[in-house]
Design a protein around this ligand. Structure first.
Ligand SMILES: C[S@@+](CC[C@H](N)C(=O)[O-])C[C@H]1O[C@@H](n2cnc3c(N)ncnc32)[C@H](O)[C@@H]1O
Length: 217
């Protein structure tokens, strides 16, 4: 394990979490050369750290992820591009789904990019198409993660003026797909329903039910 991967494992908030993370990240290093990719693109370490923190904020002990179904909307892919350079980047490979899988969860990744060969369930879907998520069963996810879709170069190029319509449609689908009491994790930090949340809980909230959704989003 490289120093960078070891530093990520140290972000676990308890000794058991650090052990669990160490094993999971070690697998990502062996399978996907995580450490080498961080060396080549150092910002990837910040993205991974952010994912670890989101999971700990949302679930508490990382062992709580075992067996949970988690939908990752615009999960990243092996052909995703950087909004900064416009070039393909390791930063937006499907790291959250890979990490969830290694932590014992059951991730389902959705993206328009190339996910061939990934070990988690995935679907190549254009989220700009109305009803794109209709094929997923209502109330079937314990948690939904949606991160950095709307600023992505692929999305802006294809759907720029329609962004707000698509955002509303995706959020409607999230309400349908989340089981009652399920957890919604958004990257934009806008809390769902209540006023502002402390930073530590940013972007993670529990749905009261899969039915009516708090108005803010
Ligand atoms: C900036 S990356 C974010 C990846 C990951 N969620 C993260 O937070 O690091 C944006 C992702 O959105 C995907 N994407 C862009 N437009 C899409 C569309 N119309 N349908 C599905 N996925 C799309 C891209 O392929 C890319 O993987």
């Amino acid at each position: 394990m490289t120093d960078a991967v070891g530093a990520l494992a140290a972000l676990g908030r308890t000794r058991p979490d650090r052990a669990l993370l160490g094993r999971a990240l070690g697998q990502l290093d062996a399978r996907y050369r995580l450490g080498l990719k961080i060396t080549a693109e150092p910002h990837l370490a910040a993205i991974m750290a952010e994912f670890v923190s989101r999971l700990a904020d949302a679930f508490g002990p990382l062992s709580a992820l075992r067996g949970r179904t988690v939908l990752d909307i615009a999960c990243g892919s092996n052909s995703s591009r950087s909004p900064v350079t416009g070039l393909e980047t390791a930063e937006f490979e499907p790291w959250m789904c890979r990490l969830l899988l290694e932590l014992g969860a059951r991730p389902v990744g959705i993206d328009i990019g190339d996910l061939a060969g990934e070990a988690f369930e995935n679907h190549r879907v254009d989220l700009g198409v109305p009803g794109a998520l209709d094929f997923l069963a209502a109330g079937s996810f314990d948690a939904i993660h949606e991160s950095r879709l709307f600023g992505s170069p692929e999305f802006r190029a294809a759907h720029g003026p329609s962004t707000e319509r698509i955002r509303r449609e995706i959020h409607r689908q999230e309400r349908r797909l989340l089981r009652p009491g399920g957890i919604l994790i958004h990257s934009d930090g806008r809390p769902v329903g209540r006023g502002s949340m402390p930073l530590g809980r940013r972007g993670a909230s529990r749905a009261k039910s899969a039915g009516p959704y708090p108005a803010q989003r």
